[in-house]
Design a protein around this ligand. Structure first.
Ligand SMILES: *Cc1c(COP(=O)(O)O)cnc(C)c1O
Length: 260
């Protein structure tokens, strides 16, 4: 029922989206139960990149009120076109500092923080607007060069540097697992993020906020939940397949982590 056939069709109507969302929530619940977790601990972020506004209206009507985008310009356009709807926008892709202002204006969270340059740029804009922003620190747990994120060893020092940017409200850590069918390898990425979180909590409990773990996508969210995820970022399992990525736009097969 969950499966590839269903994923290969493109949902359009409110009913279609209601079914997709119910299916993903069921799968989340089963994964949580498998390891004795309560699925209410896990938030579903619907990744709406490349999905046009008319379909997004139906997805929102079906209950998806938190949407994730990886490109700032596309997010800004949708934020404007869909301003009449109740939507919280998450930016989940790598950010160039010249887009920090837009993110400060439209986003309710930023999940790909991995440099003090971006932290500084965001903080300056946020201070000017008098608002805060929920952020997740992105860590590269797969050692794949195409992926953004801090190397694990740099996390403790980075957390301490973030103290200087008081508008940034650290929620925890984010990662993309290795792009492979090897389940053990995928799990090891998730486990690494969890260990990084646990160690940071031990050494700097005041710097990690609630210590959330944003991990898991359409292909691996059940594994991520088994390994402790508190936010899954699910695109294709809700919206159907995306148009084939152009390589310069999406550097890796999963890619999608460029925000500029
Ligand atoms: C595109 C994207 C996702 C969702 O991927 P799906 O395979 O569509 O579920 C999750 N996280 C990030 C950072 C992305 O860019």
């Amino acid at each position: 029922m969950t499966s590839e056939t269903e994923i290969s069709t493109v949902p359009q109507s409110v009913d279609d989206f209601a079914r997709r969302l119910a299916d993903v929530h069921d799968r989340m619940r089963m994964a949580a139960e498998k390891v004795g977790r309560d699925s209410s601990e896990v938030r579903l972020l619907a990744v709406s990149k490349t999905v046009a506004e008319d379909r997004l209206r139906n997805a929102v009507a079906a209950g998806a009120h938190e949407l994730g985008e990886n490109k700032v310009q596309e997010a800004a356009r949708k934020h404007q076109t869909l301003a009449d709807l109740d939507i919280a926008w998450a930016i989940i892709g790598h950010l160039q500092t010249n887009k920090a202002r837009t993110v400060a204006e439209i986003a309710s969270e930023f999940q790909a923080l991995d440099s003090t340059r971006v932290a500084e740029a965001l903080d300056r804009r946020l201070q000017a607007l008098g608002r805060g922003l929920a952020v997740y620190i992105q860590v590269n747990t797969s050692a794949e060069e195409s992926k953004s994120g801090l190397i694990p060893e740099d996390v403790p020092g980075f957390l301490k540097q973030l103290r200087a940017y008081s508008s940034l409200q650290v929620q925890g850590f984010m990662t993309l697992a290795a792009n492979t069918r090897d389940e053990q390898r995928v799990r090891s990425c998730f486990r690494m993020l969890r260990r990084i979180r646990d160690e940071a909590r031990d050494s700097d409990p005041d710097l990690v906020g609630p210590g959330g773990l944003s991990m898991g996508m359409s292909g691996d969210f059940e594994l991520a939940i088994e390994e402790g995820s508190t936010v899954v970022r699910v695109g294709q399992a809700i919206f159907g397949p995306r148009p084939a990525p152009h390589t310069s736009y999406w550097p890796a097969a999963f890619g999608g982590h460029r925000a500029d």
